[in-house]
Design a protein around this ligand. Sequence first.
Ligand code: NAD
Length: 248
Amino acid sequence: MNLSDKVAIVTGSGQGIGRAIALRLAEAGAAVVVNDIGEAAERVATEIKALNGQGQAILADVSLPADVSRLVDTAISTFGRVDILVNNAGINRDQLMMRMSDEDWDKVLTVDLKSVFLCTRGVLRHMVRQRWGRVISMASIVGIVGNPGQANYASAKAGIIGFTKTVAKEVASRGITANAIAPGFIDTEMTQRLPEEHREDLKRRIPLGYIGSPRDVAEAVAFLASEEARYITGQVLGVDGGMGISWL
Ligand code: NAD
């Protein structure tokens, strides 16, 4: 996969899956805008440069319209174009639905779903002009099958799937594809916070028998971002070790 001459924005790429995606796209030759809310974005941009890649950190909260405008404008003024958007930033605030606060509902829907709308809207007019673009958004297996304690998160992730299919239809004629990835259980800080017994229980439900790595997700993103994936749009790709087909 060759992504040289392509410019990518990866949201929430200061750590975890986003960091692995930023590094993988840079490895394939893309110039990468490493976005996050914290300093970690600078560290990942430095890692990319150390590997002779092009990386630029832009701190921005992708749930805020003004921050997203600045993110996209700075990416364009730095690299001249945006070809690939990876909507990866996400949080969870788990609680059984009956006890879930309005704040935890709103926060997760805003950070996980509204951000996808804001960032995609922000880059699309540039992609339409270029007549080429890739929008890849991080959904979750939870957005397909649900999960107790994650009504807010599951709703946001299911929303990403509906959004992706709609965008795919709206911009297909402009050479732009939109796809979602539904990771299963991936080893990152988000899942390291789970109690050990919960992690073991989840592991038992993975037919391949092991927890995925951020790199496993990054490989799927690099493929969907490539020219080779030009005929794939409106899809949800499970990267889950078979969890999505498991009865356990
Ligand atoms: P993580 O918590 O390790 O990393 C998420 C990153 O997003 C962090 O660096 C965080 O600072 C950043 N972020 C949070 N809010 C932001 C905001 N408003 N603006 C910009 N950046 C923000 O999580 P992860 O496990 O790497 O997950 C990445 C994505 O994959 C998320 O969308 C998550 O929902 C999804 N996902 C993860 C798993 C898993 O098993 N880890 C499974 C399914 C889906």
